[in-house]
Design a protein around this ligand. Structure first.
Ligand SMILES: [Zn+2]
Length: 106
C-alpha cells in the first residue's frame, strides 16, 4: 500500500473503530495509571531543563507577539503627512491618496 493510501486507510479505520480505540486507550490508561504517573514524573525529572527551556521559549514567543502587536498599533506619520498605524503602512502606501500626495512632493 502506498503511503498516502495508508494514511487514508488509517483515518478510515480510526473513524470506524473510534469507540473501540477510545475504549481500549481508556482501559490501558486506567490499568497503567500508576505506571503512567511514574513515567510522567520521571520524564519531568529527566527533562527538567528541556521542559523549562520550552516554557521559556513559549514565554518569549508570547512577549514577541505582544510586542509586534503593540508595534502594529503604534502611530506614525507617513511621508504623505497622514498619521497612520504602523501595521497599516504597507497597505496605506498603496492607496491612491498616498500615491497622489507623494507624487506631488517628488
Ligand atoms: Zn502616506
Amino acid at each position: 500500500m502506498k503511503k498516502k493510501n495508508r494514511k487514508k486507510y488509517d483515518a478510515e479505520y480510526y473513524q470506524k473503530n473510534k469507540d473501540k480505540i477510545k475504549e481500549s486507550q481508556k482501559k490501558y490508561r486506567e490499568s497503567h495509571k500508576e505506571q503512567l504517573k511514574e513515567y510522567k514524573k520521571e520524564y519531568r525529572m529527566n527533562n527538567l531543563d528541556k521542559i523549562r527551556e520550552a516554557e521559556n521559549k513559549r514565554e518569549q514567543t508570547e512577549e514577541r507577539k505582544q510586542y509586534k502587536k503593540e508595534q502594529r498599533k503604534k502611530k506614525i506619520t507617513c511621508e504623505c503627512g497622514k498619521v497612520i498605524s504602523y501595521g497599516s503602512k504597507n497597505k496605506h502606501i498603496k492607496t491612491k491618496e498616498h500615491l497622489e500626495i507623494v507624487n506631488k512632493i517628488n
